[in-house]
Design a binder for this molecule. Structure first.
Ligand code: FES
Ligand SMILES: [Fe+2]
Length: 374
């Protein structure tokens, strides 16, 4: 008879090998991941609140650059960021304003509507046999969930339901939150190194002193009380007297009104959406951390801090008290990831070993390998 779920330990029953070192270095392995994973999965592409109407934006993904167009009345379109005339990029690093209806190529001014149809060839005069209908922009699947934009470059995108796990944040007022702060950093590591580090807390006591004080269970080197019988592990989720991931531990503004008692007590609610993003919701604010692979050993990390507008506008609101706490954790993790990557390049190193507490890394490897084997 199967054991009830709550009594099944998540710990691994053995110490399996990690991925081969080549998985973090080899350009061919990386190219396969770009094609089999980053081209096929839903990828977080930012908050709608940060994309004004009548704006064109380039969104870089590991499977190619996309163009997102937000027209008037909140209409959103997404395409590959390439003009069918001779292949110019439609939008560069800086956002472009447009009239909300026609996307004009900056090279020879061909114009496309928000369905991607070619509307004008400007100064060029095609011969009668030129098929305009065959020279529109290539559409990219997109979906807006509670103010978050997701793209999928596949012709046959996987289901978005059940909301990629985002329903766990139903009690947070996601669509009205605004970005109070954002930061980007480039890490000298493979994107999987970032997720592996995210998926274990064996490093927490040594790498994250302040975080391990705030979240007592992390002091045991585990992510949740379910993984350990160590004394005190089943106590409060956050250090007594604190309610959030801020420097002083106090909420940065009013707590979100619709959270359940369990959500308040948890102190943090994580939603992980491979391959590109995780969200962490607290009682007073929310953080979105997304990654974009740039090369086998280079990954861009972006973090966004989201607040209720009234929290940001409140007199005395202290942004630094919020941002500095998680920014420190991210910097500690970034340094650890780069240290890991440098070691992975050591000639003769073939593969590491996973410990029983690294069960989430094992699950992540299974997720990756299942897609590469497909
Ligand atoms: S490349 Fe875009 S109009 Fe020529
Ligand atoms: Fe960490």
């Amino acid at each position: 008879m199967p054991e009830p779920a709550e009594t099944v330990s998540p710990l691994l029953k053995s110490c399996p090998p990690s991925l081969p070192a080549t998985a973090y270095i080899d350009p061919q392995w990386y190219a396969r991941e770009c094609d089999r994973i980053w081209r096929r999965e839903w990828i977080y592409a930012g908050r709608m609140n940060d994309l004004p109407a009548n704006t064109l934006r380039r969104v870089e993904t590991a499977a190619g650059a996309c163009l997102v167009a937000r027209g008037a009345e909140d209409r959103v379109s997404a395409f590959l960021n390439v003009c069918p005339h001779r292949g110019a990029e439609l939008c560069g690093a800086a956002d472009r304003d447009f009239n909300g209806a026609l996307i004009t190529c900056p090279y020879h001014a061909w114009a496309y509507d928000l369905d991607g149809r070619l509307r004008s060839t400007a100064f060029a005069t095609p011969t009668p046999d030129f098929d305009r209908a065959a020279h529109g922009l290539t559409g990219v699947a997109h979906r807006v969930w509670n103010g978050c934009l997701f793209l999928c470059l596949s012709d046959d995108p996987p289901d978005f339901s059940p909301d990629l796990g985002l329903a766990a944040l139903d009690n947070w007022p996601m669509d009205r939150l605004v970005t109070g702060h954002a930061m980007e950093v480039e890490l000298a590591c493979n994107w999987k190194v970032f997720w592996e580090n995210y998926n274990e807390c064996l490093h927490c006591p040594g790498i994250h002193p302040a975080l391990s004080r705030r979240v007592p269970v992390y002091r045991q080197g585990v992510m949740s009380a379910a993984e350990t019988s160590a004394p005190g592990a089943a106590g409060p989720a956050l250090e007594p007297g604190t309610q959030s991931w801020t420097v002083d531990g106090r909420p940065c503004g009013p707590e979100f009104p619709d959270l359940s008692a369990a959500e308040r007590a948890a102190g943090h609610t994580f939603v992980t959406i491979y391959p590109g993003v995780f969200l962490v919701a607290h009682v007073d604010y929310l953080r979105i951390v997304s990654l974009t692979p740039l090369a086998p050993e280079r990954t861009r990390l972006r973090a966004e801090w989201l607040f209720a507008p009234e929290t940001l506008a409140a007199p005395g609101f202290d942004l630094g008290n919020v941002v500095d706490f998680a920014a420190t954790v991210l910097a500690e993790d970034g340094a650890a990831c780069e240290m890991n990557q440098r070691g992975l390049r050591t000639p003769g190193f073939r593969a590491g070993r996973l410990m029983p507490q690294e069960f989430e890394i094992r699950a992540f490897h299974d997720w990756v390998l299942a897609r590469l084997d497909d």
